[in-house]
Design a protein around this ligand. Sequence first.
Ligand code: ATP
Length: 406
Amino acid sequence: SSIYGGLRSSYDYGPLGVSLKNNLAASWWRDINNDNDLSIYPVDTAIIQSSEVWKASGHLAEFSDPMVDHKPTGERFRADQVPDGLKKEDLTEPRHFNLMFETNIGPVHNENSAVYLRPETAQGIFVNFENVLRTMRAKLPFGIANIGKSFRNEITPGQFIFRTREFEQMEIEFFCKEEDQEEWFNFWINKRLDWYKSLGISEDKLRIRTHEENELAHYASKTSDIEFMYPWGWGELEGIANRGTFDLTSHERESGKDLTYFDPESNEKINPVVIEPAGGLTRTLFAILCSNYDEDTVNDTTRTLFRFNFEIAPIQIAILPLSKKDNLINFSKEIKTKLQKSFRTEIDITQSIGKRYRRQDEIGTPYCITVDVETVDDKSVTIRNRDTMDQERVEINKLHHYFENI
Ligand code: ATP
């Protein structure tokens, strides 16, 4: 919306941002699947679902914040987040405000045409529990993962993409037996925490905060948040909740469908307990930007860089021919053709080599390859490491192996 003056809390991602976001999502997916003993099945569910889903989940009745209006300006605030300095008599009594975006389907608008943009991806998983169980012959314990856009009519969006009205979530519902719930709850806290660390977020910027009894959502018996130290202080990055049997039994009751699991060991139908690691893709991207940004001094000038790790960097390898001579450009293209099957690469030919290094540092490219006149004779290139700025000479036919093993 920026050419029209912008729209609060609405952001678009450009070419590098899209790459970073997709790479993060892929890394999340790889990470939750890297354990041979864990079965996690993906689903991709609709944004607009039957309104009955939101009735059963409790979102129609419960998904609201108490709000107050500031009478002189008409501004609305969460009752627990009224800015200092406002007079109490200028505020209305707190009223509940549902956070779901409502719209209508079909040509006629009436109470039966009302639908909602999903405020979380989790319910799409629960309503597909039986499908996945049957088609994948799933056995407890197993997880179902869903990733995609969610929408909340947040009253106080802000702090860039930390809290927006349209955002992306990556959620897992992990179904297990009641007697194993504690073990899986702890397993998921540790596994998710390790993933954030693997992205280069330092340990002292991460902490676990267990919810007090009075903070728990209506469905949760226990919740721990993974928090990140944002520029303004600690805030949620991901919530790990024990949702018990709340969701499956609610959907069973409202839909009349059997959503139980037949346990072959006890020969009984049971309601599995659900452990939910619910993360935000766009919020994680923000945390990555904050924690990977750096400035250092090189030759008395300030260098700004993102220290993205190799897995998520938008461009992993930049290929920089030292001059625009045909043979160097052709060599560069040849190298790109070889590497691009496995890595995200680009050829950058404009401006001095120093400026090109800085530009790649700024977008967080971990490695630059320079192609120089000697390359033509010795079939080797110079690899420059973004973080150490060390350079080493490597034969072109060993490049693939080199990058595969970092
Ligand atoms: P908060 O307390 O910050 O509003 P929440 O507890 O309501 O978050 P959940 O419902 O647990 O959030 O959603 C799971 C994850 O989805 C959050 O940890 C966060 O990463 C992400 N998320 C939730 N709301 C937003 C939003 N408005 N903008 C961006 N990400 C969000």
